[in-house]
Design a protein around this ligand. Structure first.
Ligand code: ADP
Ligand code: MG
Length: 923
């Protein structure tokens, strides 16, 4: 303990010397002290606001910058104010002659506690309220910044600590019905919350509880008298699922709740034969809000190239919880003596309060162990002290010198609480449920619409088909009928005319015979006259008959042409029906093409949904990793415990997503999207494939489904660098497997990768390509072919970019290649100089043997050791300066196995030995 002068002869500083206090106060000013926060945010806000009060940004909470969200939290010390109660009637009467035991210096935020007539101890607080401080000012300084944080999505705690009768309930719970100026913190906090939230979109609910003798009772439902605390094993959050939770819509209903709670508290305490000063009252206010404005830090990436990803952004919800705690009186129970409790009961009554004191001591002293689990109160308040909530504490004291001892211990409690550091964390999460509901709705709509269209189309086709079939049949039938009728008619007419001519002929013949007989009988002359007359008649008859025949024939001919025309017309009709059918067929084809496209779109939507959850998982994982990575703060060990299960959880989530992808979209569908016309779709699809290829379990499936070929084709067919980068990454992952390596080589993979590297501008593309080639370099069977197709040259070509990630992959490739070569040499299957040396790799290798990046250096050291194993390389290595590096590696390398390998390589080569002897070096 350090004592410092300046405030009385023996100023007690509670173990904090003056300079450190000053330093602390300075940092408080930089962060946020009671004063700066209240005067800056409250006065200006109260002046300027009519409906809403000003929102301070999260950064304003502790002066940290916006990166706080990524790094896991904003530091925020527990703020402590002291409030002195005015003398009551009894004190005015009894202690009239005595001076108060405390003297306040509010402008210096100091409190002096009288020890005796000539000696005082001085303490500093974040704020010092005299007996004249108004309820409004106490609210604005102590509670308002906490309420603002809760509205922004942080947890917050306001707590009062002090001896019975010093004004805890007055400060926190006063309803102020007769005098609005007397309203306490609970009432004012709710007014501010109701003024800021929107009742349409946000939700607000309240629980009110009493903790007495380690039992939690529901003040809103007295039958609920043993509520248990439940801890979420993943997040460590505590909750009271058994407690009544009442939705609050307006101030009046909240006041009703407080009144109801107070009445139940009175009844419960009467039943238990105790006073309310022996129990803790806890008000919990839950605020759940949707984040409306676009927050760039949270918006989805790739927004630029995926229109639908923007539309399907998951909404963000923030859940802040305000806890207001009116603690039991801090006086020791045996002292008050009036309750008639046994010692055991007394211990139990005080258990929570003394456990709270122990936890605060442990946190103030940065102890490794904080006994949070010792009492229900400390379990309930684990987030308030040393957790993620913003916490303000008011300690209340009375002026009477008679209670000097209690006042002193209250002050010491406050002083220790001031040293507790919290790490404020935004309670924000994506509302995936509602996003998924929206997407499902969209999908269902599309599917239903598609089905409706398909059905209508099928019906139409069927109808037209049936109609045209009927028309054709009718036309054919009519034509056949008409033809048959004509034929019958002509046949009949023909037969009749033949019959007539025959009859005529028979008649004529008969007449002729008769005439001849008459001539022969009557003599030549008379006979000659008669015969010429009948012959003339006969000619005239025949002529008439002929004319009639001609007319009939003409009519028949006309009829025939008529029928021919009809036939021609019905043929025309048939042709037009056929062309109609053809047209319909074509539109059917168009329609089925559109259907395919729509199915593609549905698949894309599904894959985008999965991609989104991938991204979100990824981001959450990064956030978690960042959070646990920064967990150097001892106080936050709770969070660290909690982070690991979360991590494994999100991994499981990712696996589940992959499984879901296979199941819902189907690998073939995804692979087919790699060849889509739309570049956005291709990029999207290749990203999904790359994500899948990163999982070993999927690799075989991807290759079997032709994915490797598709990826290689993508390299060949597109100029888009993003596609190149992602595809090369996927190929690099698939190239870890030996069979796939052969497949890649057989497909001209080396040349494709070389061209990709030559055209790449982004070092990450080069890294992927180099990684893929490096994997191929490790395959013993492919050495000659790989080199023959320019693999080594391609690797060396990439070092120009200078990016350490790329260099590390190049170095790994060279080390892999050298290792295979040294294996082949040892087995006697390789004799000549190293192909690496042949292709000019040595100068770069020697140059980078001392590279600062350990990933590059280690691979190069290995490569040098492997090259040195084969005697034919020795001469080149000496002339290239590699011997020096080998000697250095054998002495200085931090890895013992590499040192040994280097020494063994040096020892096994006679050429090296001769050279070293010449240089008078030993190794
Ligand atoms: P506690 O809850 O700490 O036991 P109370 O809040 O019940 O104490 O206060 C005890 C008495 O002192 C009450 O009558 C209360 O009205 C009065 N009192 C406390 N603080 C003040 C204050 N700042 N101004 C006026 N009266 C006060
Ligand atoms: Mg009280």
């Amino acid at each position: 303990m350090a004592a410092a002068g300046g405030f009385g002869s023996n100023t007690y500083r509670n173990g904090v010397n003056r300079s450190s206090l000053k330093a602390e106060n300075k940092s408080l000013a930089a962060n946020q002290s009671f004063k700066s926060s209240s005067s800056a945010s409250s006065s200006s806000s109260f002046k300027s606001r009519s409906l809403q009060f000003r929102k301070s940004s999260p950064a304003a909470l502790g002066g940290a910058n916006g990166a706080a969200r990524d790094s896991g939290g904003v530091p925020g010390r527990v703020r402590v104010a002291v409030r002195l109660r005015p003398r009551n009637a009894e004190e005015l009467a009894a202690d009239a002659d005595f001076a108060d035991c405390v003297e306040l210096q509010p402008e210096l935020k100091r409190l002096k506690l009288r020890k005796n007539n000539w000696d005082t101890d001085t303490y500093e607080f974040d704020e010092v309220f005299t007996e004249f401080a108004s309820q409004k000012r106490v609210y604005e300084v102590v509670a308002k910044p906490v309420v603002e944080s809760v509205l922004e999505g942080y947890n917050g705690t306001v707590m009062a600590y002090g001896q019975t009768g010093t004004g805890k309930t007055y400060t926190l719970g006063k309803l102020g019905e007769e005098d609005t100026a007397a309203r306490g913190i609970m009432v004012r906090a709710m007014e501010d919350i109701l003024g800021d939230i929107s009742l349409e979109t946000d939700s607000l609910s309240v629980s009110y509880l009493q903790l007495y003798m380690e039992t939690i009772q529901d003040l809103l439902d007295p039958s609920n008298d043993n509520i248990s605390i439940v801890e979420d094993p993943k997040t460590g959050d505590v909750s009271l699922p058994g407690a009544t939770l009442v939705e609050v819509r307006d101030q009046q209903s909240f006041l009703e709740l407080l009144r109801l709670g107070e009445a139940h508290r009175f009844a419960a305490n009467t039943k238990l034969n105790t006073e309310s000063s022996r129990s803790h009252a806890i008000l919990m206010v839950n605020v759940k809000r949707y984040v409306k404005e676009k927050d760039p830090a949270l918006s989805m990436e790739n927004g630029s190239n995926s229109h639908s990803a923007k539309n399907f952004k998951a909404p963000v919800i923030r859940k802040g919880k305000l806890v207001v705690v009116d603690l039991a009186g801090s006086e020791r129970i045996d002292k008050s003596g009036s309750e008639g409790h046994t010692l055991e009961e007394a211990k139990s009554i005080n258990l929570s309060l003394s456990a709270l004191g122990k936890c605060i001591n442990a946190l103030a002293e940065n102890s490794a162990h904080v006994p949070v689990r010792d009492s229900k109160l400390t379990r309930l308040l684990r987030d308030s002290f040393g957790g993620t909530a913003r916490t303000s504490l008011v300690i209340t004291i009375g002026p009477s010198p008679r209670h000097r001892g209690e006042t002193m211990s209250t002050i010491m409690f406050g002083q220790r609480a001031m040293k507790v550091e919290n790490m404020l964390k935004l309670k924000e999460e994506f509302d995936y449920k509602s996003l998924s509901r929206r997407l499902e709705l969209q999908l269902d709509k599309l599917i239903a619409e598609h089905e409706r269209q398909q059905k209508a189309f099928d019906d139409e086709i069927e109808r037209i088909h049936a109609e045209s079939e009927m028309e054709i049949a009718e036309a054919e039938r009519k034509y056949a009928d008409a033809l048959e009728k004509e034929r019958m008619k002509y046949q009949k007419e023909y037969m009749e005319s033949i019959k007539k001519i025959e009859e005529q002929l028979v008649g004529d013949q008969r007449k002729h015979d008769n005439d001849i007989a008459t001539v022969a009988h009557n003599g030549y002359y008379a006979n000659g006259e008669v015969s010429s007359i009948s012959a003339l008649e006969e000619v005239a008859d025949l002529k008439k008959l002929l004319e009639k025949e001609t007319i009939l024939k003409k009519a028949a001919e006309e009829e025939l042409t008529n029928h021919k025309r009809q036939l021609y017309q019905s043929k025309l009709m048939e042709a037009s029906a056929t062309s109609e059918i053809l047209k319909l067929r074509k539109s059917l084809e168009d329609e089925s093409r559109q259907k395919e496209k729509r199915e593609g779109e549905i698949a894309l939507l599904q894959s985008q949904l999965l991609q989104l959850s991938f991204d979100a998982d990824e981001r959450r994982r990064r956030l978690d990793r960042a959070g646990s990575g920064n967990d150097s703060n001892d106080l936050d060990c709770l969070t660290a415990q909690v982070n690991n299960p979360q991590l494994s959880d999100s991994e499981n989530g990712e696996k589940a997503s992959v499984a879901k992808l296979f199941e819902q979209v189907g690998l073939h569908k995804i692979l087919s999207l790699l060849e889509a016309d739309d570049a956005d779709v291709r990029i999207h699809a290749v990203k999904v494939v790359a994500n899948l290829a990163a999982e070993e379990a999927n690799q075989q499936k991807i290759v079997d489904a032709g994915g490797l070929m598709s990826l290689l084709n993508l390299l060949r067919s597109t100029d888009d660098e993003t596609i190149h980068r992602v595809a090369a990454g996927a190929i690099a992952n698939l190239a870890m497997n030996e069979t796939n390596q052969e497949l890649i080589m057989a497909q001209g993979g080396i040349r494709l990768l070389s061209t990709t590297a030559a055209n790449a501008g982004d070092p990450q593309t080069l890294r992927m390509v180099a990684g893929a080639i490096a994997n191929l370099c490790g395959n013993d069977k492919l050495q000659t072919m790989l080199r023959g197709e320019g693999g080594i040259k391609a690797l060396l070509g990439m070092v120009h970019c200078g990016h350490p990630d790329v260099l590390a992959q190049v170095a790994r490739g060279i080390a892999n290649f050298a290792k295979c070569e040294s294996r082949a040499s040892a087995q006697g299957t390789k004799t000549g100089r190293s192909l690496l040396i042949e292709d000019g790799a040595l100068p770069w290798v020697v140059q980078n043997a001392k590279n600062e990046a350990s990933a590059i250096r280690r691979h190069i050291e290995l490569a040098l050791c492997h090259l040195a194993q084969h005697e034919v390389n020795a001469k080149d290595m000496i002339s290239g300066g590699a011997l020096w590096e080998l000697v250095r590696i054998s002495r200085d390398c931090s890895r013992e196995d590499i040192r040994t390998l280097a020494r063994r390589s040096l020892a096994s080569s006679s050429t090296f030995k001769v050279e070293l002897r010449r240089l008078r070096m030993d190794y």
